[in-house]
Design a protein around this ligand. Structure first.
Ligand SMILES: Cc1cc2nc3c(=O)[nH]c(=O)nc-3n(C[C@H](O)[C@H](O)[C@H](O)COP(=O)(O)OP(=O)(O)OC[C@H]3O[C@@H](n4cnc5c(N)ncnc54)[C@H](O)[C@@H]3O)c2cc1C
Length: 419
């Protein structure tokens, strides 16, 4: 097959690759975008439950994780939510703010994000090649040669925007890591994050389907690590819900060190210990022979009642048999329900991966490799992951903007002029 050349080749038509392609082409570069899937932006399409939480108003380095926090700080510098809004406005997409500073497309449709990015890329002249998996990259005479499922390509400038290993059904792949290491880069270990947790405790299965607001505290080898508030959702395999996704990163890291991970669940976070005690005491009718399990159903989902009665070890069988000591045991169980964690649901179900290309080897100003000239990175392939709330997309867009600015002709000064 013939060897096609392009001024810049971008590997990966996800968030970072698409944004970079639009900006590079608008800056006058001849751009080819190679995407292994049959369509662009599959992760964008499913993100935010189909609404795409595209960014966040409250950008701060504290919302991101990396072994090199100084890199994240420098990349974020000057690239806040306004920059994202300006870029999306330039492609015809308006954003609106939801709870906790989360930004969404005004259409509330992830599909509109992908369609407008794709249109902007085509309009700017990007050559988009879908169903094109890059299988091998070599550096020959100051050029990169790419072996793909659709023949060979050659370029002087290469942008790896091939994402992370998370969510393989949507294009998650470790191929970008392999290309980077082959060219001399090192990797920070990858672990699933923003992911559901697996528990082998039998009672959890029996509670499957129960969802309630709560607080989850993670203990690793008995030491408190972190605490998150939000929905708790019991499932046939373990536990999910927003509070769980938010602490899953820490669980992943501790499980990888073979630490014993246990959650302590507060099922009644709206009540302090004293308030809950008063509530329960006030509910007791000393003359009632109501079974204790039914009495508890007055405040708790039926499926959880059996577990609370079991772990609290109350002796009372009826409401009338309850005394202050027994109520104290119930209060403790309701606010400290223990759940051992065996595993996470893995990369298959994770929204993002921790780790990636070591950012000490990448210039935060330009996203260019310090190891290989004219090799650039953008997005989740790098050792940067964000909290839930639009932070992962934020990093994808702004790292793409930095790479586009650096790879474009010297005449183009910054993204504010190029968008
Ligand atoms: C279910 C789900 C929901 C999410 N929701 C949100 C959200 O609401 N807000 C948020 O901020 N983040 C969210 N994320 C995370 C967000 O999607 C990612 O952080 C973001 O997409 C990373 O962008 P990227 O361009 O680096 O990688 P990707 O978007 O993954 O793009 C990489 C692309 O490269 C392609 N590719 C990989 N290897 C090759 C190869 N060898 N050859 C050719 N192509 C290749 C892949 O197919 C893929 O299309 C969610 C993730 C998932 C899985």
């Amino acid at each position: 097959m013939q060897n096609r050349t392009s001024e810049i080749i971008i590997v990966g038509g996800g968030a970072a690759g698409l944004a970079a392609a639009v900006l590079c082409a608008r800056n006058g570069l001849d751009v080819t975008l190679l995407e292994q899937n049959d369509r662009l932006g599959k992760k964008i399409l499913v993100s935010g439950n189909g609404k795409c939480n595209i960014g966040n108003r409250t950008i701060s380095p504290k919302r991101f994780h990396s072994q090199n926090p100084a890199f994240v700080k420098k990349v974020l510098d000057g690239y806040d939510a306004k920059v994202i809004e300006t870029f999306f406005h330039s492609i015809g997409l308006e954003l609106v703010e939801g709870k906790e500073g989360k930004l969404f497309p005004m259409s509330m449709q992830a599909a509109s994000v992908v369609e407008l990015l794709e249109y902007a890329a085509q309009e700017a002249g990007v050559k988009i090649v879908c169903s094109c998996a890059v299988n091998r990259i070599d550096r020959v005479d100051n050029h990169f040669t790419l072996e793909t499922s659709q023949g060979d390509y050659k370029t002087k400038t290469l942008l790896l925007a091939s994402g992370s290993v998370a969510a393989p059904k949507l294009g998650g792949s470790s191929s970008g890591y392999a290309f980077a290491t082959r060219m001399g880069h090192t990797l920070v270990p990858r672990h699933p994050s923003l992911v559901q947790l697996v528990s082998e405790e039998r009672w959890v299965k029996q509670c499957a389907g129960v969802k309630l607001p709560g607080v989850a505290t993670l203990f690793a080898n008995g030491v408190q690590i972190t605490q998150k508030e939000g929905d708790l959702l019991f499932t046939p395999y373990g536990i999910s819900g927003l509070a769980i996704l938010d602490l899953s990163r820490e669980v992943s890291l501790h499980l990888a060190q073979f630490d014993y991970c246990e959650l302590s669940l507060d099922l009644m976070p709206r009540f302090s210990k004293e308030q809950l005690t008063n509530l329960l005491v006030g509910r007791v009718n000393a003359k009632s022979q109501k079974p204790l399990s039914l009495w508890l159903q007055g405040i708790l989902h039926k499926k959880l009642v059996a577990r609370i009665l079991e772990v609290s070890k109350v002796k009372a069988k009826t409401e009338s048999e309850l005394n202050r000591k027994e109520i104290g045991k119930l209060v403790y169980a309701l606010k400290h329900l223990k759940l051992s964690i065996a595993d996470t649901k893995g990369f298959e179900h994770a929204e993002v991966a921790t780790g990636g290309v070591d950012t000490t080897e990448v210039d935060p100003e330009t996203m260019m490799s310090k190891v290989v000239e004219n090799l650039y990175f953008a997005g989740e392939i790098l050792d940067v992951d964000g909290n839930r709330g639009g932070f992962n997309f934020h990093f994808a867009w702004i790292s793409a903007m930095r790479a586009a600015k650096a790879t474009s002709a010297p005449a183009s000064s910054d993204t504010s002029t190029s968008v």
